[in-house]
Design a protein around this ligand. Structure first.
Ligand code: FAD
Length: 406
């Protein structure tokens, strides 16, 4: 008789995907004493050269994964989240990220280069004796027998582990087997990204803020990166793009096409960009189950979302912390640990998935009376009310193991 997923003392836990979610997971599990083997499709391991915003909840996760001090040393601390009207170039509102914000949430809000963030995890994983990192290792499918899971790789190799965590992103092969809900939903929103040297950024826009210019069916985001050496530019328009696209190089004129109707100051941000790359954004409906026996999904593989709350990577890191905690709480009994992880993370991540869509519609892209209503609601909020409304997200990481396991 099989032993309901008790962890093997000899087999490692397999992690498909060496992105931010996969490496955070490896670190979390290894920190609790489990051996981990990461199987990453690409060679070498890396991240796209762009920025990422980190809410205080990301720092809660860094601390639990043992990389808090390194992350704090590499991050840039912006003073405010600023919402601008892309038609008038006036400020709609801002959220102060100073002392009162940090005191309320116990950690700062920051921005960081993706390569730096990924590098923090990669360095920690490489230094950990219980983590093996494999590249050019695409997981195609798995089989399990109750005592172990076998991952079948594109190169023909079969790798056995005690469990398999699918951290293989938006187009997850592991998800295809665990959930089987087809291709992701194409949002019809096109995003262009560029990172420019700070001297190329117009001087009157070099704000120490994560700034968002909201316009009819479009928005622009910018913030400083890498010790103020560069600025991250992300511009998005709702152009009903029909097909998913990832990282296609495009010229500035093509980017500007969706922004002819916005204020010249907002347009100037786009004119200063270079080496633009295009993504057509996808997400999915939340689903209740990300677990199949000794196999579980994590990060974008489990709950892909639009980037409008700047939380996809933060959620992946929270997942990693939660998974490690559940494995420890269940003394390595894999099936109950994975089920508890799924239950603990489900509603929080579903809320961020759905709220990210809603923010796009009601805050970033409205026009006319819809935009005027947005302005009135957002301007009426005091700083304390902003902090109250964000407490569910930034104040913690969701339920602790005790709460979910009863
Ligand atoms: C424009 C944009 C801006 C964003 N801004 C923010 C932000 O400010 N803050 C934030 O928190 N989040 C942000 N996000 C979301 C964030 O980037 C993702 O949620 C996060 O990177 C997901 O990490 P992951 O490890 O789950 O997946 P991924 O980063 O997709 O990593 C998956 C890894 O698995 C590998 N892989 C894929 N298939 C296989 C396979 N079959 N076998 C083995 N390996 C495989 C891939 O090569 C990759 O390395 C943004 C996203 C976008 C598009």
């Amino acid at each position: 008789m099989r032993d309901a997923g008790r962890v093997s003392t000899t087999l490692p836990i397999l992690v498909a995907g060496g992105g931010i979610g996969g490496l955070a997971t490896a670190l979390g599990l290894a920190g609790k004493g489990f051996g981990v083997r990461v199987l990453e499709k690409a060679a070498p391991l890396g991240e796209v050269g762009a920025g990422i915003q980190l809410g205080p909840n990301a720092f809660h996760a860094f601390d639990r994964l043992g990389v808090g001090d390194t992350a704090r040393a590499m991050a840039i601390y912006v003073d405010r989240l600023r919402l601008m009207d892309a038609l008038t170039a006036g400020e709609i509102c801002h959220i102060d990220l100073g002392e009162a914000f940090r005191a309320r949430f116990g950690n700062p809000y920051a921005v960081i280069h993706r390569g730096d963030l990924h590098g923090i995890f990669l360095k920690a994983c490489r230094a950990h004796p219980r983590i093996a990192l494999g590249t050019s290792a695409e997981v195609l499918r798995y089989e399990q027998d109750g005592a172990s899971v076998t991952a079948f790789l594109a190169g023909g190799e079969a790798v056995r582990g005690a469990a398999l965590i699918g951290a293989d992103g938006l187009w997850s092969n592991v998800r295809r087997q665990v959930v089987g809900d087809g291709a992701p939903r194409v949002s019809g929103h096109t995003t262009y990204r560029s990172v420019i040297p700070t001297e190329r950024m117009p001087e009157d826009l070099r704000w120490n803020a994560a700034t968002l210019w909201a316009g009819p069916k479009c928005h622009i985001v910018h913030y400083p990166l890498q010790g103020w050496k560069t600025f991250n530019l992300v511009v998005t328009c709702h152009d009903d793009a029909p097909e998913p696209v990832a990282g296609k190089p495009v010229g500035a004129e093509e980017v500007l096409a969706g922004f002819r109707h916005v204020h010249p100051l907002a347009q100037s941000i786009i004119r200063h960009g270079r080496d633009w790359k295009l993504w057509v954004l996808c997400d999915r409906e939340p689903v209740g189950t990300w677990v199949d026996g000794c196999v579980a999904l994590l990060g974008d593989a489990a709950h892909p979302m639009l980037q409008y709350m700047a939380q996809g990577a933060c959620m992946a890191m929270e997942d990693a912390v939660c998974l490690a905690q559940m494995m420890e709480a269940h003394a390595g009994r894999i099936e109950p640990a994975l089920a508890a992880y799924n239950a603990a993370r489900l509603l929080r991540t579903a809320r961020v998935q759905l709220q990210s869509r809603a923010i796009g519609e009601h805050v970033y892209h409205p026009a006319g009376a819809h935009a005027a209503l947005r302005d009135a609601i957002m301007r009426a909020k005091s700083q304390e009310e902003w902090r109250d409304s964000l407490a569910w997200l930034y104040g913690g990481s969701g339920p602790e193991p005790g709460a979910a396991t009863g």
